[in-house]
Design a protein around this ligand. Structure first.
Ligand SMILES: C[S@@+](CC[C@H](N)C(=O)[O-])C[C@H]1O[C@@H](n2cnc3c(N)ncnc32)[C@H](O)[C@@H]1O
Length: 209
């Protein structure tokens, strides 16, 4: 019998508790760096694409404050529930979580669209990230965080092997899409290709066991 092929949202939802156990060591520091790089100011509106459990959406909501707002969008319902709980614990009323495929999200006019560790999961990274850029106001900022080449060591293969003990890996072009944008030069060129002006690449290094 062949295992049921899952969607990317199914995989992240099924592993939500395990995923969230890594939040303090992995997702939250990367999310904080993403929101920091966005240069957010109080009152701004933010779309957090592929928000997971809120690693970058929570710091964004803290910074934009009660006059600002953050729409956090993901396909994985169980991660969204964790994000909602975390926002509630902090009383962040300006942060809303939505279950939706993000490239067809109906919002528009955002000051910032940020996407931490998400674009390479899209079925078509160029098409779907271009869709995100259309949700910005004129002059708005797109912030994309990706893994730098070599930074994951053998983690990606180990993760995939763990998923495949339970289910078939979703059809996703993620490895070859990430390989197109995993150096400062290729990431900057890609952002320019999407229509970005003045692309800026910031490298952050941290070690996690
Ligand atoms: C590696 S996780 C990163 C989550 C979060 N940004 C973080 O850094 O902790 C990738 C996330 O992208 C979401 N995702 C992938 N494709 C998506 C899509 N087309 N629409 C919405 N969410 C998507 C997955 O469900 C998953 O939660």
């Amino acid at each position: 019998m062949t295992a049921r092929r899952s969607t990317i949202g199914d995989v992240f939802s099924a592993g939500a508790q395990e995923f969230h156990r890594w939040s303090p060591a992995l997702w939250d520091p990367v999310g904080a760096a993403t929101a920091d790089t966005a240069g957010l100011t109080p009152g701004e509106s933010v779309l957090d694409a592929c928000c997971g459990a809120g690693a970058s959406a929570l710091p964004a909501a803290r910074t934009v404050g009660p006059r600002g707002r953050v729409d956090a969008v993901d396909l994985a319902g169980a991660l969204l529930e964790i994000g909602e709980r975390r926002a509630g614990e902090e009383g962040l009323d300006n942060l809303r979580f939505h279950r939706h495929e993000v490239s067809s999200w109906p919002g528009s006019g955002y000051d910032v669209v940020q996407c931490a560790l998400g674009v390479f999961f899209f079925p078509d990274m160029d098409r779907d990230t271009t869709a995100l850029t259309r949700m910005l106001r004129p002059g708005g900022r797109l912030v994309v965080t990706v893994w730098e080449k070599g930074s994951l060591g053998g983690w990606g293969a180990a993760f995939r092997a763990a998923v495949e003990t339970e289910r078939a890996w979703p059809d996703s072009p993620q490895s070859h899409q990430l390989a197109r944008i995993d150096t400062p030069d290729t990431l900057a060129s890609w952002l320019e290709h999407l229509g970005g002006t003045e692309p800026r690449v910031v490298q952050r290094r941290f070690d996690t066991p």
